[in-house]
Design a protein around this ligand. Sequence first.
Ligand code: NAD
Length: 333
Amino acid sequence: MTVKVTLIPGDGIGPEVSAATQKVITASQAPLDWEVVEAGEACIEKYGTPLPEHVLETIRRNKVAIKGPITTPVGKGFRSVNVALRQQLQLYANVRHLRNLPNVPSKYQDVDIVVVRENTEDLYAGIEHKVGNYAAESIKVITRDASERIGRYAFELARREGRKRVTIVHKANIMKLSDGLFLESIRHVARDFPEIECEDRIIDALCMNLVQVPEQFDVLVLPNLYGDIVSDLVAGLVGGLGVAPGANIGEMGAVFEAVHGSAPQIAGKNIANPLAMILSGIEMLKYLGFIKEAQRVEKGINDVLSHREYVTPDLGGTSGTQEMAMAIVESMK
Ligand code: NAD
């Protein structure tokens, strides 16, 4: 049976890396039917918003989408499309699988970490106010329901992927009530997963440990703001933006996207690295249950990276975006 997925090409390098991704994922032989819709800069003039209602509607209908990066116009009053998508579709888990890939320059080896970030509350709830002219307050919202939900997601992921340990990250020694509730709620969930080790780390200690011994970590589960920062830190450990995939998962669907932005400086030059979006496509295949197809793409990527002939300039090569994608397709045959 064919599965319909929404593809949003996005802005800047988005259309280039999206075209490359569509080619590679199609070559995996997964039975996908792509519904391509525009969001972002092109829509502002036409619809007066970068995220028109019909785009949300296709994602709600198809339940699965993959998107290129979208430029957030500065000072024009539009909310980030990414934040709007997360809120509108209740995508409560932001998940990044970050691991070393062959021949991708990095200071570290053997890193293989999944960062699971709570996506709906914490300081990101955006509840702020001024107190007179000389002070401002932001309210950190942590609830038991959302903490248990993200904790359960992290442990279920660990079980599904045969991972050994989940580390709960917090600052409960200082924020005893809010981070304390996050920690306590997830410890409670952990009881249902006795085969998976559950430990916790204070956020500052975790950051030091990550840059000293990243290979010790397996699955990390964090509240929204720490998750935002730590997921970029871990992306840096494995080679940076060109190879960092991401997913936003909710109860009603999922949106897959690379971590990087629209990189306007290199747009239209056919030099953007398509791997981060292709790796996000692999996550989408796995989410849909197309495991063999996902492995086919993984093999193609590993071959191309090992030979180094067709890699983009950011990885030290001279290949173009589309040529790298075609080389991956060839290696999958
Ligand atoms: P960026 O990720 O676009 O670029 C940062 C640096 O990384 C640049 O030097 C860029 O050339 C390089 N880079 C990024 N992706 C690359 C790739 N695939 N291959 C090779 N090099 C790559 O971040 P930015 O410059 O801060 O943001 C640009 C725009 O993207 C902004 O409007 C921002 O709001 C938006 N953005 C969107 C998303 C998203 O849609 N998910 C995420 C982040 C930023």
